[in-house]
Design a binder for this molecule. Structure first.
Ligand code: NDP
Length: 477
């Protein structure tokens, strides 16, 4: 017998994906640089399905039915290139290499181009859902050729998460690096979501005076409404957890320095290159880096701030409702920015990404899964050419209803000295888009003054320059 799919790289992700394929009835060839991992998997989970354990690259490739589907789940970066280099010479035209690691989409574009010359389909695939998702159904974002999706898609659909309406959380995102690009933006949005939740928590704690356990209950209530999502759900779990050693709230015994692996940073770097204002995601990445500067924070602790003004019980309850509004409005803005980046990336690289389909496959399996994504999908389905999520009537109406509370929460945060970079960036973006006139006109004037960079006029076509050093008359540039 031969295997319909092979997985090489059997650490947490690869091992669980391999089991997921096997549990869904596929015969799975297994390979890992260190062969003991392969044998451990078979020993522990062999009864779950049909596995073919292999030790050498040749054995692994020989175990696969043609066209071969070879999935790589190794550490992203150089290890992925090393593994491709090892296997590509053993493959034949029409075979597929699926990279399910967290690759940078630019690497995926390069690998796809190189392997295409050899007739091999390289399918850079974003996979979200962590260890549990890999086993029980992740959200899957494959790029690569249409042909490869025709062969691979049905298998991915089977192992993927299913949305409430039963739809599999996988779609052919677009050619070459499109899948990894969308996965990157997914992670950027995840950073922003987490930052906004963190700000809501800190406001409820420092301004409203609630305990972590009380805040957990507030998040549980929010989770029954429009904020219903995995991240809100696990926030309540983390906040209600009590440290066994000290009896203190768990959140109070964890060092407050957030780490990151890099996909959020990539989202911002690429957004800068594309000229897309993803200010909420950027603030989330910067907030993590600020938290990590321990010495700088220690040296700044004495800096002056406002006097604390705790709220009364009834004021606190009303404030919590306002924070929900601020969180929801800011969340709409984060997704607006993320989808803008996907649209801009799609245009830059010629991917033609269906934004509605992307929001649909994020409804289950992945870290940002949320009821909210169903509504984003509805917005794009109703108007595929939607210039921005904020142009959707429903979202615009919701923000209109939330804005007074949103502004009030930020005013309180500023008055009381609670850092809210995510909420603030979101509101500034919203107000920036709304503004009939921006100080960009003044910026253009300054640029023309010091660098003769020219400007356009509101009343005439063309580029102009003012002779700032001379008689200040205007010339056509
Ligand atoms: P790791 O990223 O920890 O990678 C470990 C695996 O890579 C092992 O199988 C290891 O083999 C193999 N490996 C490392 N270097 C080489 C090399 N030079 N040649 C051959 N094999 C090598 O594993 P994870 O399971 O955590 O993640 C796999 C991929 O999935 C990564 O790209 C990750 O970013 C991505 N991912 C991870 C998620 C998660 O929640 N962990 C979620 C979504 C994606 P050996 O056993 O021999 O050391």
């Amino acid at each position: 017998t031969s295997a319909q799919i092979g997985v090489t790289g059997l650490a947490v992700m690869g091992r669980n994906l391999a089991r997921n394929f096997a549990r869904n009835g596929y015969t799975v060839a297994l390979h890992n640089r260190t062969a003991s991992r392969t044998h451990d998997l078979v020993k522990e989970f062999g009864q779950e399905g049909d596995f073919i354990a292999t030790e050498t690259a040749e054995e692994f490739v020989a175990a696969l039915e043609r066209p071969r589907r070879l999935m790589i789940m190794v550490k992203a970066g150089d290890p992925t290139d090393a593994v491709i280099k090892e296997f590509a010479p053993l493959l034949e035209p029409g075979d597929m290499i699926i990279d399910g690691g967290n690759a940078h989409f630019a690497d995926t574009r390069r690998r796809e181009r190189e392997l295409r010359e050899q007739g091999i389909h390289f399918v850079g695939t974003g996979i979200s859902g962590g260890e549990e998702g890999a086993l029980h159904g992740p959200s899957i974002m494959p790029g690569g050729s249409k042909e490869s999706y025709a062969s691979l898609g049905p298998m991915l659909e089977k192992i993927s998460a299913k949305a409430k309406d039963g739809a599999p959380c996988v779609t052919h995102v677009g050619p070459d690096g499109a899948g990894h690009f969308v996965k990157m933006v997914h992670n950027g949005i995840e950073y922003a979501d987490m930052q906004l939740i963190g700000e809501a928590y800190q406001l409820l704690r420092d301004v409203a005076g609630y305990s972590p356990a009380q805040i957990a209950d507030i998040f549980r209530t929010w989770n029954t409404g429009r904020l219903d999502s995995y991240l809100i759900e696990i926030t309540a779990e983390v906040l209600s957890h009590v440290d066994a050693a000290t009896g203190k709230p768990f959140v109070d015994v964890v060092v407050d320095q957030a780490e990151q692996k890099g996909t959020g940073r990539w989202t911002v770097q690429i957004a800068l290159d594309l000229g897309v204002p993803v200010s909420g995601i950027a603030e989330a990445v910067f907030a993590r880096s600020l938290s990590g500067h321990a010495a700088l924070r220690a040296a700044s602790r004495h800096l002056a701030g406002p006097r604390p003004a705790p709220l009364s019980g009834t004021e606190a309850a009303a404030f919590a409702d306002r924070v929900e509004q601020a969180l929801y409005a800011s969340k709409i803005v984060s997704y607006t920015q993320g989808f803008h980046e996907i649209a801009a990336g799609g245009e830059e690289y010629g991917w033609d990404i269906d934004q509605g389909a992307v929001s649909a496959i994020w409804r289950a399996g992945c870290i940002i899964r949320a009821a909210f994504l169903d509504r984003i999908r509805a917005a794009y389905d109703a108007r595929p050419d939607l210039p921005s999520l904020l142009s959707d009537e429903t979202f615009a109406r919701e923000i209109a209803a939330a804005q007074d509370d949103w502004r009030e929460v930020l005013a309180t945060a500023v008055r009381q000295g609670v850092p809210t970079p995510g909420f603030a960036a979101a509101l500034s973006y919203y107000d920036g888009l709304r503004a009939p006139r921006l100080p960009a006109a003044l910026t253009q004037g300054q640029r023309d003054f010091f660098g003769a960079h020219t400007y356009r006029r509101v009343d005439r076509e063309g580029a102009f320059h003012t002779l700032w050093g001379g008689d200040r008359s205007e010339v056509s540039a």
